[in-house]
Structure formats: structure tokens, C-alpha cells
Design a protein around this ligand. Structure first.
Ligand code: B12
Ligand code: SF4
Length: 411
């Protein structure tokens, strides 16, 4: 079959058992050139990526209209060629994916399998105390993982399957904010597929690549000939370097994670921090008042995030994590030297820390990082607060508006 024909083929029409072939077509439709071309095609049981038909399915007439099974070896080859560094599939029916099912079904009705892919990041970029270096690495790796996911979907489509690749990072479904804005939880799928386990910091640690990976998930309407299973150990060493690195105490030693502490600081220039910044503009009486609330550097940083891409303030938990076979050696060779090289520069960095007034994060940041500048800001759940009819415009959970302004520094 010609490659161009292959590219333009629609998934259901050319299957030997397709409804179009089974039922007689109205004469006018059957005479249409496109229809004739499609019907004249040979059966495609030898199409790339098709696994040998499952014998149970062959004997079950009710299952004969189902899409063919994707060959796991072919899928892996396609994924690696597309730019992924590892890949594994998992059936949507797995109990640990229950929370994902309704969301996935909405994005691709008829999904049967989820395919998790992993893309490595360059470690020392993520570790750099210079935020522009680390952010560039996140953005670039995000592009690579999204591109890889899209390329795999294209190959699946051309082989006759239905598949979609929800965004690995942003954009997300903002009309649902502050509810669940992500289509599929990539960490949950990666863990179920056996590509890693979540460490104390709740990032997925790949057994080889460590936590220096970004993830994506493909939704697929077919079964895959071989599925992954959760790995039997956790690559996390429980060294607690992530706990020591987080500037706002979002990670506790027992693995309790405080998402709002991370969200408020790390995502200062994302949806919630931006809203707070915009309200500060609205609340300011004049230019001088605004400048007293928000520094020139903060405004320039917001401009940079809006102009290029939203930049993270930290990701230090990920930066310091020594887990993973390809990552571990320097930590094992000299743990103190590793701390001096990787952890200490992030702890020593003089930078603003964004916390809500009176929060445990504010207390932690003040106590552990007195050399950093504590900035009291509106909480990351402010859209939720706005829904409360008892809350006045000027008075939120954190007290009077003045205290909430970005310029109200404790130092
Ligand atoms: C929401 C989200 C966040 C939230 C919540 C993080 C979290 N632990 O869930 C915030 C804003 C804090 C965040 C921060 C970061 N994230 Co993020 N994030 C996501 C997102 C969109 C969904 C995560 C998810 O599935 N959570 C649900 C379950 C699976 O997570 P969980 O840890 O088991 O459970 C926690 C949450 O439910 C949370 N929680 C509870 N209630 C609420 C309420 C709200 C509103 C929120 C947001 C969270 C929350 O607390 C639970 C217990 O810890 C994914 C992209 C995607 N579509 O999957 C990226 C993703 C998880 N993030 C990623 C990254 C890289 C980061 C950061 C390093 C960003 C950065 N560059 O600085 C930090 C790391 C923070 C950390 N230690 O977890 C990567 C992780 C890669 C990896 N190796 O695991 C992902 C997979 C994106 C990607 N494509 O690779 N993230
Ligand atoms: S830094 Fe240490 S404790 Fe934290 S996730 Fe990595 S290995 Fe586990």
C-alpha cells in the first residue's frame, strides 16, 4: 500500500469486518470514488503494529468488530524513534486507574489502554540555582515529551487506531479551575505501567533515569499485546534531601505533601499567582503605590513568564534527588561533597519566597531561610474563596487586603 494512501486512511472503513463492508451500501454511496477506493483496498491484517489476533477474540463473534491489538514491540520502537526514552502500556481497567477513568473516557470515548512515556531531562540544568537555566530545561523537555507523544499518536492513527495525547504540562482545562484541570494524571499512569515509583517528594523516580524525567500519557482505543506492572521496589533512598531543599516546607519527612505551599511559591507566575498580581494592580491607588507593593524585578519576572512561558520558582525537590541508577554515583562516592555541590547552592540562594500570611509555609520559610526574602501573597486557592458569599472583596482568609498585597514583605 502506498504510504500516502496509508496516511489518509480512516481507521474503521478498511477493516475486513467494518460495518461498511458488512452491510450493503446505498448505490449512490457505493459509487462514490472515495468509497470505491477504500473498499478496493486489501485487508490490512498485516498493517504495521498489529499483533497476531487474540485466539479468544477470534472465537468470540461479539468481539470481532473490536480494533486489532497493538504490538508492544512495534509501539516501543515507534516511541523511542519519536523521542521517548522509555515507554510502557497499562489497561484502563486496572484498579489503580479508577480515578482516571471518567476523565480519560471524556477525552477519548472508547479508550482501552494508556501508554505512558518518559523523556529524560539534563540533570545539571535542573540543578542550577539560576532559574532561567532550569526553566529552559523544563520548557524544552516539555516540548520534547509533547512532540514525542504527538508523533506516536500520528503513527497509531496511520496504523488504523484512535489515540490522543493530552498535554504533558500546560495548557490544561482552565474552565474547571480550581478543580481538576488536568486530563490525565501522568504520574498515576507511569506508576501503574511500571516506569517508576513516587519518592518522598511525590515525583516519579525512574529506576535508571531518576526523577529527572517528564511524563506524558497517550489514550488508545485498542489493547496492547504486553502490559507493564508496578515495579517491585521504590528507587527513593529516603535520604530526605528533597525535604531539606524545599524552601517553603512543602514536603515533610514522612512524605506528607502540602500542594498549596508548593503552588503558592513555585507557581507564583502561573494561574493563581497571576490573579493575585492582577488584583494588586487593580487595588493600587497609583504607580507609586503599585511599586511599593510589587518590585521592578517581580514585574519583569511576570512579564517574562507572560511573554515566553510561565517560569517555576523552584523545583528544588527534583534538583537534589540522588535516586536512580544513572544518577546515584556522585552521591555514593561522597555524600557531603554532593550536598555541598547540589543542595547548598539552592539553600543559600537569596531569592523571594512566596507564602500566605500565617501559614505553616510562612513560619517554615522564616525560620529555615532567614536570608531569603519572605513575600506575603494571596493564597493559591483564592478563586475558591471568591465563591464564598460571606467573604468581602477586601477581606480574605488571610486578613485585611493590605497584608495580602505582594509588597507586604516581612523583611
Ligand atoms: C497538579 C500538578 C502539580 C501540583 C500538585 C503536585 C502533586 N504532587 O500532585 C503542583 C502545582 C504542586 C505541582 C508541582 C510540581 N510539579 Co506538577 N503536576 C501536576 C499535574 C498537572 C497533575 C499531578 C497529579 O496527577 N496529581 C494527583 C496525584 C497523582 O498526585 P499525588 O502526588 O499522588 O497526590 C497529591 C495531589 O493530589 C495533591 N493534592 C491534594 N489536593 C490537592 C488540591 C490541588 C488544587 C492540587 C493542585 C493538588 C492537590 O496532594 C496529594 C498528596 O501529595 C501533573 C501533570 C499531569 N497531567 O499529570 C504535573 C507533574 C506531576 N508535575 C511535574 C513536575 C515536574 C512538577 C514540579 C517539579 C514543577 C517544577 N518544575 O517546579 C513540582 C514538584 C512538586 C512535587 N514535589 O510534587 C511532573 C512530574 C514528573 C515526575 N518525574 O514525576 C508532572 C507529571 C508533569 C509532567 N508532564 O511531567 N504539580
Ligand atoms: S531526595 Fe531522597 S528522599 Fe527525596 S525523593 Fe529523592 S531519594 Fe527520596
Amino acid at each position: 500500500m502506498d504510504r500516502q494512501d496509508d496516511r489518509n486512511r480512516r481507521p474503521d472503513q478498511d477493516r475486513p469486518d467494518s460495518p461498511a463492508r458488512r452491510s450493503a451500501l446505498p448505490a449512490r454511496l457505493a459509487a462514490h470514488p472515495s468509497v470505491r477506493t477504500v473498499l478496493a483496498r486489501q485487508t490490512d491484517s498485516a498493517a504495521p503494529g498489529r499483533a497476531a489476533a487474540d485466539p479468544a477474540r477470534r472465537g468470540d463473534p461479539a468481539r470481532q468488530g473490536e480494533p486489532p491489538i497493538v504490538d508492544a514491540g512495534w509501539l516501543r520502537e515507534v516511541a523511542l524513534r519519536a523521542g521517548a526514552d522509555d515507554v510502557a502500556a497499562v489497561p484502563l481497567g486496572r484498579p489503580e486507574l479508577e480515578s482516571e477513568r471518567p476523565h480519560v473516557e471524556r477525552a477519548l470515548p472508547g479508550t482501552r489502554s494508556l501508554v505512558s512515556i518518559v523523556v529524560r531531562m539534563n540533570r545539571d540544568n535542573v540543578r542550577s540555582p539560576e532559574r532561567s537555566v532550569a526553566n529552559q530545561e523544563f520548557h524544552h523537555s516539555g516540548e520534547i515529551v509533547n512532540t514525542a507523544a504527538r508523533r506516536i499518536v500520528r503513527e497509531l492513527q496511520d496504523a488504523g487506531y484512535r489515540a490522543v495525547n493530552p498535554s504533558a504540562t500546560f495548557p490544561m482545562e482552565m474552565d474547571r479551575y480550581p478543580g481538576r484541570i488536568w486530563v490525565v494524571a501522568h504520574k498515576t499512569v507511569a506508576v501503574a505501567a511500571g516506569l517508576g515509583a513516587m519518592g518522598i517528594h511525590r515525583n516519579v523516580i525512574h529506576p535508571r533515569f531518576g526523577n529527572f524525567v517528564l511524563l506524558a500519557t497517550l489514550l488508545l482505543d485498542a489493547e496492547v499485546s504486553e502490559y507493564g506492572a508496578p515495579i517491585e521496589y521504590n528507587p527513593c533512598l529516603e535520604c530526605k534531601l528533597c525535604v531539606a531543599a524545599c524552601p517553603v516546607g512543602a514536603i515533610e519527612r514522612d512524605g506528607t505533601f502540602h500542594p498549596m505551599a508548593c503552588f503558592t511559591h513555585n507557581y507564583r507566575e502561573f494561574m493563581s499567582g497571576f490573579t493575585d498580581w492582577a488584583e494588586t494592580v487593580a487595588d493600587s491607588t497609583d504607580g507609586a503605590d503599585f511599586r511599593a507593593r510589587v518590585s521592578d524585578a517581580e514585574n519583569a519576572s511576570m512579564w517574562q513568564s507572560l511573554s515566553f512561558r510561565a517560569n517555576y520558582k523552584a523545583a528544588y525537590c527534583m534538583a537534589v534527588c540522588p535516586a536512580g541508577e544513572d544518577v546515584l554515583e556522585p552521591y555514593l562516592a561522597d555524600r557531603r561533597a554532593f550536598l555541598d555541590l547540589v543542595l547548598r547552592p539552592l539553600q543559600d540562594k537569596v531569592e523571594p519566597l512566596y507564602v500566605t500570611a500565617g501559614s505553616p509555609a510562612a513560619e517554615y520559610a522564616h525560620r529555615r531561610f532567614p536570608h531569603k526574602e519572605i513575600r506575603l501573597v494571596g493564597d493559591a486557592g483564592r478563586s475558591r474563596r471568591r465563591m464564598d458569599p460571606d467573604e468581602g472583596k477586601d477581606k480574605g482568609r488571610d486578613g485585611p487586603a493590605k497584608e495580602r498585597g505582594t509588597g507586604a514583605s516581612e523583611r
